[in-house]
Design a protein around this ligand. Sequence first.
Ligand code: F0G
Length: 429
Amino acid sequence: MPSILRCMSCGQEYPIQTLLYTCEHCGNLLDVQHDLDTLRRTVTRSLFDQRLGTLDTPYKSGVWRYKELIYPDLPDHFIVSRSEGNTNLYPAPKLAAWAGVKTLYLKHEGENPTGSFKDRGMTTGVTQARVLGMRRVACASTGNTSASMAAYATFAEMDGIVFFQNSHIALGKLSQAIAYGATCIQINADFDRNLELVREISEKLGIYVLNSVNPFRLEGQKSIMFETIQQLRWNVPDWIVCPGGNLGNSSSFGKGLYELHQLGLIDRIPRIAIIQAEGANPLYLAYQHDFEEYKPVHAETIATAIKIGNPVNYAKAARTIRWTNGVVEQVTDQQIMDAKALIDGQGIGCEPASACSLAGARKLVEMGVIQPHETVVGILTGHILKDPDATIGYHNNSLENLSAAYPNRLYQVEPSVDEITRILETKAH
Ligand code: F0G
């Protein structure tokens, strides 16, 4: 049976080439649904292991290596890929000790071509745009989606259009979208309103929406779980900890793990912990009431990537929590920035939102939710260079309402041998 689109709520089905983001009947989110019965007979771990290290397109991509689980029936010539994925899974023993667990790995999605995990969803999203014959693609963005979409759109010879919020876009991200040649429109509204606008205007003008409401985005992002578990030689960690904003990534993780389990490629499902910033925590608040009540919030956090008050994938993220026996936690901006400084200080580095993974892991250990003997994988979603202002502001202690626990002071001196010597002598271990 070919893959189809299926409503996650009422089960209504649509052919895979239908241009649709939500169900025409009930308005809920759609899944790309593959024929798992057929895949169970054909897909093995060794199929994916054999492709490791290949130079062949598309399998050298860390997304398309798992093509059978991403978009099985697709002819290869449609694929728009920059060999995304193949990111490092770093063992981080010092950070493990800080968090209070025996084993911690950090999966660095900032090592993707445009510096964030979004590339894994953009290769599939732009590929589907090509399948559908779309010429123009658009997104609202806190920054990374726009950088990724702008790059993949021009790579595929399509026009990219970005709706930016009015303030607080990290400079690295804004500069990427402009440099890659997208039409960038800064709108006097926050991310949540911009997402509504991009959906409305795109429908009116026949433009393809590449926010994570698009189910093809999530298909690519599932590969973060596939690659992580393959890198662990198919051993399943106890916990996956990741930041939550628009909740596309965590939704894709739940779907990917559920499918791996259904296909018999893993024998148990790791628990997912979604970490939100305290100032942008609608999923956390709903989780406190067993998802019986959901209210959007007005979002405010230094982690601008996840400054989102009304996440479009709320229902899929709640499903992820159910499927994986997961949890939702919140952390403060202070905790985020201190955790970031420690990740940066290991030479690994990440942007603020990514540090939710480490800050959240530590908090969950303190709360007794994660046990010290358990294996934890934290997802680092974006590159350290995305938001240099936050990094510099932290280390020179100029961030509002924040006091750096792990600052690395920048010395500024005259060209004096004595003065420099004095600094180095006081710094000597
Ligand atoms: N981390 C980073 C670095 C991000 O850019 C985002 C989302 C997230 C985490 C949260 O992921 O939305 O799937 O829950 N950035 C989007 C953007 C919203 O527009 O770039 P999510």
